[in-house]
Ligand binder design. Sequence first.
Ligand code: FES
Ligand SMILES: [Fe+2]
Length: 446
Amino acid sequence: MAAPITPAYLPEIVRPEKGLASRLIYVSPEIYELELERIFPKSWLFLGHTSQLSQPGDFLTTKMGEDPVIVVRGRDGKIRALLNSCRHRGMRVCRSDEGNTSFFRCPYHAWTYSNTGNLQGVPKYRLGYAGVFDKKDLGLREVPRVEEYRGFVFGNWDLEAVPLADWIGDFKLYFDLVFDRDTDGVEFIGGVHKWTIDTNWKIPTENFATDMYHVAYSHARPAEIGLMNPLTDEGFELSADMGFFGHQFSQPASMDNGGEEPLHSYWAMPNPYTEFLAEQRARIAEKFGDPMTRLVPGGHGVIFPNFAFLDIEMLRLVRVHHPEGPGRTTTYQWCVVDKSLPPDVKDALRRQYILTFGPSGLLEQDDGENFRECQNGAAGYIGRHLESNMMLGLGQERTAAEIVGDERAPGTGGGIWSEVNQRRWLQIWLDFMTGSHAASGSGDND
Ligand code: FES
Ligand SMILES: [Fe+2]
């Protein structure tokens, strides 16, 4: 009989240092339940960007783990995250993706809350509830910790959590290279895209944390289409055709990989961004200095647990892989641009984003199939008792300082064809699941 899945048992079946993990982590309801208990209520979860919430009353809806939340700038100017669950019977009080409002009225029995979360109106309050409860005790449940870094707003249910700035930690340098490299930072444009795939939330997340390995194969196109030139397969170092700097780095609770040259071959349409990137590089070089500037565009990355980004010359995007059970994930995704760009260039980037990594984008279609079929292949009784292999580049890790050639570059990494970040991400996952990560209540903060 199989051993019961408990936190203490997990290190026996999940061994990041060996590049192996039981596929049960993608299919087991018990492990999924532990994730909901041990990871999502204790982690800083991405909520939105201040460019989406510039005016009092501006709101958007998203999720923290499985819980729906409203992120709103109240009439007092403060950004709050409120559980999107009516205190009467739990209905979602707001079903719009975004908007501006002074109140949220529950569609069921019309309990009405201010945009700061206070319960203000209850039909038949004097008649039916006289002396039974006080409205001030039944406001929308508020997420106790909401903090922002460079306009990126995160929330955490855990009052004891380390500050967001510490959670991002040394990864800030890479984060800034992606999201704060020009004069005015970034803005989110074009609203949210959402789509659901029958896959575990960790499968697309590990892809974004680490997986350059699949690009040459999953996204290969005939040369005459010209969307994606075939990538050379020269082992662990830079592929000249590709132009990436060719390395990836892992940070505490976060990951990144770096890029040196623009990826012209990705463009499906004329690329107006190229000339602006060339112009920007001078400013970026001044801000960050060489050789850090060579890490722009930055590639893909993840901040634990489920915030991911992609930064290549043709687009920048941010996404969250929301869990919806062990075998289902809904992705929320936004297009990101530098505020300093002219409007026509921003719009070209937005259209390019839709064509490639939007819900029906050419490249996202490839990956959606990968993610779903990984789940299908792992879900059967025999398949789930095999191991997922993440040994690529095992034992070949180097410091980021050595790779980049700059002492300021924190963390460790591997070649571009390496699963070093997947192993690192999984180690953090394991630490949270076993309670040994500092941010989960005990142990050393690594
Ligand atoms: S469930 Fe919201 S008012 Fe009844
Ligand atoms: Fe991909």
